[in-house]
Design a protein. Structure first.
Length: 186
């Protein structure tokens, strides 16, 4: 079963691998490669299948999610004024980078970007004009749902303060102070 989508029409091309459904198998043609590269994604990571360039023998490598540097977003401007946005599992070896989303609609990217990052517990990266992928600054650009209570100081009704004290790391903020009268023995 595959939840990856590919649509092509005269003006628009879109590829999307859904981060909510696993396992998924798909293939893509890398720039400058003669053969297609096969990928199987699941909750743990990816298995990449390709032919070795010199001998044409099939080669497979399993990459855990943590093997990737992050989920990188890249924007490419076209002469017609259109912008193509891509998401990829970014690896230090450019041949191991795996495309996840190619679209012209900027609204499609945010949720998938966050979901892939969360799934593999890797940072969200932005590929700059110089071609270097850099992490987002302090998660400042991360969009949170309106009902997210993280860092707001409010305690959800389903969690008691006692549970919150056990879950939070660091100091509890509780101190004990004794005051008493000194009784002289005599």
């Amino acid at each position: 079963m595959s939840y990856s989508e590919r649509t092509r029409d005269a003006e628009d091309a879109m590829i999307r691998v859904d981060p909510q459904h696993f396992p998924q198998k798909f293939s893509y043609a890398a720039k400058g490669a003669e053969a297609r590269i096969g990928v199987k994604l699941d909750e743990r990571g990816a298995v990449v299948r390709r032919d070795l360039p010199s001998s044409k023998l099939p080669f497979s490598i399993a990459l855990p999610g943590r093997a990737f540097k992050g989920v990188a977003a890249r924007a490419i401007a076209h002469r017609e004024g259109k912008i193509t946005v891509t998401l990829e599992l970014h690896h230090s070896d450019p041949e191991m980078c795996i495309p996840l989303l190619v679209t012209h609609d900027l609204n499609d990217i945010v949720a998938d970007w966050q979901n892939w990052s969360s799934l593999y517990d890797i940072p969200m990266l932005m590929v700059e004009a110089d071609g270097i992928a850099r992490p987002l600054a302090n998660g400042a650009d991360v969009i949170r749902p309106a009902n997210d209570t993280e860092n707001t100081g409010t305690i959800p009704a389903r969690k008691s303060p006692r549970t919150m004290m056990r879950l939070k790391g660091g100091k509890l903020g509780v101190s004990m102070k004794y005051t008493a009268k000194t009784i002289a023995a005599g």
